[in-house]
Design a protein around this ligand. Structure first.
Ligand code: NAD
Length: 418
């Protein structure tokens, strides 16, 4: 592995690929190609801070594989962002898009920064300058960005504006997850969480667990976590614990989610919510419950805590929350894992719908969006379940076999490996 890619998360993604390559009998040259990103751009991003000083940030945009279509992937602002992590996230995007049948390759971007310590003006200048620096490798036919950790609709609007100013006309298709008024799609903001819930419903049916009354814990209360908790609550599940970067809260009978959403809007954290007990993020992960939804960052369930996890279904809202070593333990303990590339694919699916609507200038209703999202995810879930049964493997291995298998086939038919 090249030194620049040295990150635990990248190693984890390559390990998953290696394990599945063996099962698929992938040719050595195809495997070597898929282990490395097709293209990485590293940029310096000078930003004038509010105090008049210039700070230079490091940013990345990675195209892992573009064999099935233009790059598609989120943009993350976080202090832990590195080339290796972004490459791993791009690789997972490749498998995810292939798995659910979207005509995209995998991409991801990030800037190493702490946006919580920056003013809106600083965040805007950072976003615009980053966009300017990666302009060569993005575009509606090249690579389309979307929100990820610590970025949102506003971030996408700034990117679209910066890109559009360069070409001289509005190009909504360069980003998805943007505000509706400039070409965003109805249902996109909720899509990832909604997709998590569709997958959980399917898993509950397979495991004969009624979702109504089920006990649910959610790690992370951002876009994915808060929507998942809201929809689960609407379906009658009891969301007994949620968390964010500052800590976790717990109520044995279920939290009042609408009230929590109002509290979160003003407090900007779930901690301190009245009528809930404070617990730690580590406690949340090991609570006895029916469904555990990690919806924060990578590598949360590891060799250290996998034997303490007490859920029946693990629904991976986040990308890469479970390490391969933890997978072995969860499998032994018969915990039903809905793997990330399936469980959180609702976001990129509605991003695809948004991109199609932008290219055609023809917009769909929210009902149409949600119905099509459901169709795509249920079909993918059932294909993964059937593959797991056929190959006698767990759901993650089956999902990766299907996704990686399609990409490898794409490489072969396009003739890269004569
Ligand atoms: P977000 O920035 O909206 O929310 C992240 C949440 O996680 C916040 O509540 C934050 O406080 C919390 N958090 C951060 N570090 C934490 C920690 N150590 N412990 C507990 N909580 C912590 O981000 P998001 O868009 O909801 O993304 C969450 C995850 O879902 C990421 O893995 C992302 O890659 C993945 N994902 C997001 C989308 C999407 O459409 N936004 C789609 C697919 C996958």
């Amino acid at each position: 592995m090249p030194n620049e890619m040295d990150s635990d998360t990248y190693q984890m993604a390559v390990r998953q690929l290696d394990l599945v390559a063996e099962r698929l009998g992938l040719e050595r040259d195809v495997l070597e190609r898929l282990k490395l990103p097709q293209r990485c751009m590293v940029v310096s991003v000078p930003v004038m801070m509010d105090n008049g000083e210039t700070q230079v940030f490091i940013g990345y945009r990675v195209h892992h594989n573009l064999v099935l279509g233009p790059g598609k992937g989120g943009l993350r602002y976080h202090l832990s962002v590195s080339l290796g992590d972004v490459s791993a996230l791009a690789m997972w995007m490749t498998w995810k898009c292939a798995l659910v049948g979207l005509p995209f390759g995998g991409a991801k971007g990030g800037v190493r920064c702490d946006p919580t310590k920056m003013s809106p003006g600083e965040r805007e200048r950072l976003t615009r300058r980053y966009t300017q620096e990666i302009l060569l490798v993005i575009g509606p036919q090249v690579d389309i960005l979307a929100p990820d950790v610590n970025t949102n609709e506003q971030t996408m609007a700034w990117i679209m504006d910066t890109y559009s100013m360069q070409v001289g006309y509005s190009v909504p298709g360069v980003v998805t997850g943007k505000p509706i008024v400039i070409g965003g799609s109805l249902g996109r903001r909720e899509a990832t969480g909604r997709g998590v819930v569709y997958c959980v419903q399917e898993a509950c049916t397979k495991r004969k667990i009624p979702l109504h009354g089920a006990y649910v814990a959610v790690q992370g209360f951002g876009n994915v976590g808060s929507v998942t908790a809201t929809l689960m609550n609407e379906l009658g599940a009891r969301v007994i614990a949620v968390s964010d970067v500052k800590g976790a809260i717990y109520h044995d009978q279920g939290l009042d989610i609408p009230e929590l959403l109002r509290y979160h809007q003003s407090a900007k954290t779930v901690t301190g919510f009245p009528e809930a007990e404070a617990i730690t993020n580590a406690d949340l992960l090991t609570l006895p419950c029916d469904v555990l939804v990690p919806a924060a960052l990578e590598r949360q369930i590891t060799l250290d805590n996998a034997h303490k996890i007490r859920c029946r279904i693990l629904a991976e809202g986040a990308n890469g929350p479970t390490t391969p070593e933890a997978d072995v333990i969860l499998r032994r303990r018969d915990i039903f894992v809905i793997p990330d590339i399936l469980c959180n694919a609702g976001g990129v699916t509605v991003s695809y719908f948004e991109w199609v609507q932008d290219l055609q200038n023809y917009f769909w209703t929210e009902t149409q969006i949600n119905r099509r999202l459901r169709q795509v995810l249920i079909k993918a879930f059932r294909e993964v379940y059937a593959e797991a049964d056929r190959a006698q493997v767990d759901m993650r291995t089956a999902a990766l076999m299907l996704g990686i298998g399609k990409v490898a086939e794409g490489e072969r038919v396009r003739g890269l490996f004569p």
